[in-house]
Design a protein. Structure first.
Ligand code: FEO
Length: 409
């Protein structure tokens, strides 16, 4: 139902408490999500984004209880992806001629998704739309944050930045605002969202944020399209994005492995022990990729300064959970992280070199030759693994500095 954001801006979206997977099965949503749509009622009535398709009828029905749909003057589609444009077909049945403001790429994407020739009005960065009472909407294209069509819309006087996916979280909450929710949950869902969705676009994130900051416009609220609205110190999430976009890392090492009979796990544990002995301060964490949530593991890797991957050799290859993780990391392209690999084997023994090559191809700096160990680990092999961890800790003790483009705000 309609919920007040500012005097004339209301949230009219959908909180999805049931959602456990997003983007098909690509993103786990342990805390659900929301599809935030906003209604601005000035002299002109404006709807910003809609909700995911399964909730289209419910959305339009609820909206029609709040306002006469024919009073909507403009629709803003900040992003064409179906979780935000999914209710447009249902809505446009009622108001087929209302103009839809979007970027040029937004028009292409909306037409490609919905196959409708709606009344599109394409806008560029700096274009404005008067909505009466002295207020304007200002459009800011944000290509690849995270689709080519992505766009922000800024409401003057109320100083609300409708940022769509950027600064969002898959986080269902009835509280609506950032200051009212559990701060640890909010941080954890925000960083997971960045790690899994925005990492490949980090240089663009930095550039776009600096471009927006250079406009020197006041921002009292950042109204995202998922999760809570940032109203208490809204720039805190902007500062976090600048930090996360700058080859983010903490003093952590992740050891991610899969194992068939426990041998790979025992080697992982021995490596971990070696790391801990050499550097008691580093936070070393072990994850069995077959048993842990993939997106949580990706988030852990994002937060780490270094990664060690392990898999036994099977059919001259590696275990499938590790292969899936590598496919994900190839696309995410983490920056400034060191890595190494290990692979127990019985006869052919390709795993360690395959993992090493895959890590290099994904942009990691491989600092140690892959550790190959024959058959089940005995005391000698476990000692060797411990020494390997010891050496790895020494090689990763200092942060891998890469060129930084971060600007303070
Ligand atoms: Fe929330 Fe890119 O859709």
């Amino acid at each position: 139902m309609k919920r007040k954001i500012t005097s004339n801006v209301h949230w009219v979206g959908k909180i999805d408490w049931e959602l456990t997977q997003f983007h098909g099965n690509e993103y786990s949503t342990h805390k659900g999500s929301s599809y935030n749509s906003y209604l601005i009622e000035e002299e002109k009535v404006v709807l910003i984004d809609t909700v995911w398709a399964p909730f289209a009828e419910e959305f339009v029905e609820n909206l029609s209880k709040e306002i006469d749909l024919s009073s909507i003057d403009y629709i803003i589609a900040n992003h064409a992806e179906i979780d935000h444009s999914g209710a447009l077909p249902e809505l446009m049945k009622h108001i087929p001629d209302v103009p839809i403001y979007c970027s040029a790429n937004g028009k292409k994407s909306l037409k490609g998704i919905h196959h409708q020739d709606w009344n599109f009005r394409t806008v560029k960065t700096g274009d404005t739309l008067d909505i009466g009472n002295g207020k304007q909407l200002v459009f800011i294209e944000a290509p690849m944050l995270h689709w080519p069509d992505s766009m922000f819309t800024y409401l003057t006087q109320d100083n609300v930045l409708f940022s769509n996916d950027a600064f969002g979280q898959h986080y269902a909450s009835e509280f609506l605002f950032n200051d009212l929710v559990d701060q640890e949950e909010l941080h954890s869902e925000s960083i997971k969202y960045y790690a899994n969705i925005l990492t490949p676009f980090s240089p663009l994130v930095t550039r776009k944020i600096n471009e927006v900051l250079a406009l020197k416009v006041p921002v009292d609220m950042i109204a995202t399209s998922h999760g809570v609205i940032w109203r208490d110190n809204p720039t805190q999430i902007v500062e976090k994005y600048l930090e996360w976009a700058d080859a983010y890392q903490e003093n952590r090492i992740s050891i991610v492995y899969d194992t068939m009979w426990g041998g790979t796990r025992r080697i992982a544990e021995a490596i971990s022990q070696g790391i801990k002995e050499a550097d008691p301060e580093v936070d070393v964490r072990l994850f069995n990729s077959a048993r842990r949530d993939k997106n949580d593991v990706i988030t852990e890797i994002f937060r780490s300064k270094a990664l060690i991957l392990g898999s036994p050799t099977i059919n001259k290859g590696i275990l499938t959970s590790i292969a899936a993780l590598l496919e994900e990391m190839k696309g995410l392209r983490f920056r400034g992280k060191k890595a190494a690999a290990f692979g127990p084997y019985g006869w052919s023994g390709e795993a360690a070199s395959l993992l090493t090559k895959a890590l290099e191809d994904s942009g990691f700096e491989v600092v140690s030759e892959g550790l190959k160990t024959l058959w089940e680990p005995d005391e000698k092999i476990l000692e060797e693994a411990k020494t390997y961890g010891h050496e790895f800790a020494k090689k990763t003790k200092k942060r891998n500095l890469i060129s930084s483009s971060i600007n303070s705000i």
